[in-house]
Design a protein around this ligand. Structure first.
Ligand code: PLP
Length: 383
């Protein structure tokens, strides 16, 4: 029996040709394909600046550094995310805390955020940055988070790794956050093999991310302290990294973007079909909201209280359906427990986690495979 993964990259002949073209060109890295990909991505999201890097983890790290996160600072994120959403703050020497999710959207709860901010203001311990996560591709309550940011003076890094192409109030996501981060790992909406990107409307932030992406080295005379020795001359003016993406990857990204609308349409179609076929089962399904359109990176069902998630999971795996779980709450990871977090800290996240199963959703999932998933899931939950 052929197994069905929960997600799979879609690589076209045009994608392969685009990569081959770069391999025959003079530049494998630091060439023109990167700037082209960045310009295309920024235009697609109606943002001013895009800086592509080697993965989204690096993008989150650089976003934190560009916003000045350092020792003694506090960064808040959602427990229901990949660990990178929190680790980025620790890389900078800052402390991390979490804000519980809204059980309906599974994104950071704006009410919980507002409550925590009021307490934090009294205690003189406000976060410098909040990292909301557009979980599964559904945009967060961006406008509400923006107004809290303006009131309390924190910056927003939106972890939009799941949400390439999602829209919020009729517009591409990105205009509410100071920096939005995207991932191009193969399981995500568009892929570059490994890759990530920072999107921002702030030219100074984009410049700083570019500088740190490549060792903190500049060739721009306006940024130099000495300068003028000759055209070979560069200066290291900060401590950066090699977080560059290659032209090979960027060309794949550009090619992948050309079919984004089609991928988006297929994902939405498959999600609607699940919504329809699973509606009468004792499962909690992803919510649809009128003011935003999910990119449907993941389709997650929650089994009812009292049903064993691990039994349902094992039954589906045995049927060749490679379901997954997104995510183990970050605060329950041993590394974070050692930093003082414990079970019970974020009850809505933990309740979500107890029932969550990610079922297959990717553009080439065909109706017969989808029907098989529905049939086996129905049987596994005993309905
Ligand atoms: C995939 C992912 C990341 C990390 O992306 P990489 O490109 O693999 O570094 C960060 N945050 C979220 C929410 C993700 O899903």
């Amino acid at each position: 029996m052929k197994s069905i993964p929960y997600s799979r990259q879609e690589i076209s002949d045009a994608d392969i040709a685009a990569v081959a073209d770069v391999l025959r060109s003079p530049f494998l890295t630091q060439g023109p394909a990167i700037e082209r990909f960045e310009a295309e991505f920024a235009a697609l999201h109606k943002s001013k600046h895009a800086v592509a890097v080697c993965n989204a983890t690096a993008a989150l790290h650089l976003a934190c550094l560009a916003l000045g996160v350092g020792r003694g600072d506090l960064v808040w994120t959602s427990p229901i995310s990949f660990v990178a959403s929190a680790n980025c703050a620790l890389y900078c020497g800052a402390d991390v805390d979490f804000v519980d999710i809204d059980p309906v959207t599974r994104n950071m709860s704006v009410d919980a955020l507002a409550e925590r901010l009021a307490v934090a203001e009294r205690d003189g311990r406000l976060p410098k940055v909040v990292v909301p996560v557009d979980f599964s591709g559904l945009p967060c309550d961006l406008e509400e988070i923006r107004s809290l940011a303006d009131r309390y003076g924190f910056k927003i890094i939106s972890d939009s790794s799941h949400a390439v192409g999602a829209t919020y109030r009729g517009e591409p996501i990105g205009r509410y956050a100071d920096i939005s981060v995207f991932s191009f790992h193969p399981v995500k909406i568009v892929t570059t093999g490994e890759g990530g990107l920072c999107l921002t409307d702030d030219a100074a932030l984009a410049d700083r991310i570019k500088l740190l992406r490549s060792h903190g080295i500049t060739r721009n005379a306006a940024q130099m302290q000495c300068g003028g020795e000759g055209s070979w001359y560069y200066e290291q003016i900060d401590l950066g990294f090699n977080y560059r993406i290659t032209d090979i990857q960027a060309a794949l990204g550009s090619s992948q973007l050309t079919s984004l609308d089609e991928k988006f349409r297929r994902r939405d179609e498959i999600a609607r079909r699940y919504d329809d076929k699973l509606a009468r089962l004792p499962l909690k399904l992803p919510v649809r909201l009128n003011d935003r359109q999910s990119a449907h990176h993941l389709y997650i069902v929650e089994v009812a209280h009292g049903v064993s998630r691990s039994d349902v999971f094992a039954a589906l795996r045995a049927d060749g359906i490679l379901v997954n779980v997104h995510y183990i709450p970050i605060h329950l990871q041993p590394y974070y427990r050692a930093r003082g977090f414990a079970p019970g800290d974020f009850p809505a996240s933990e309740a979500y986690y107890a029932g969550a199963i990610t079922i297959p959703l990717f553009p080439s999932l065909d109706p017969s495979e989808q029907d098989y998933v529905v049939e086996r899931l129905t049987s596994a939950i005993g309905s």
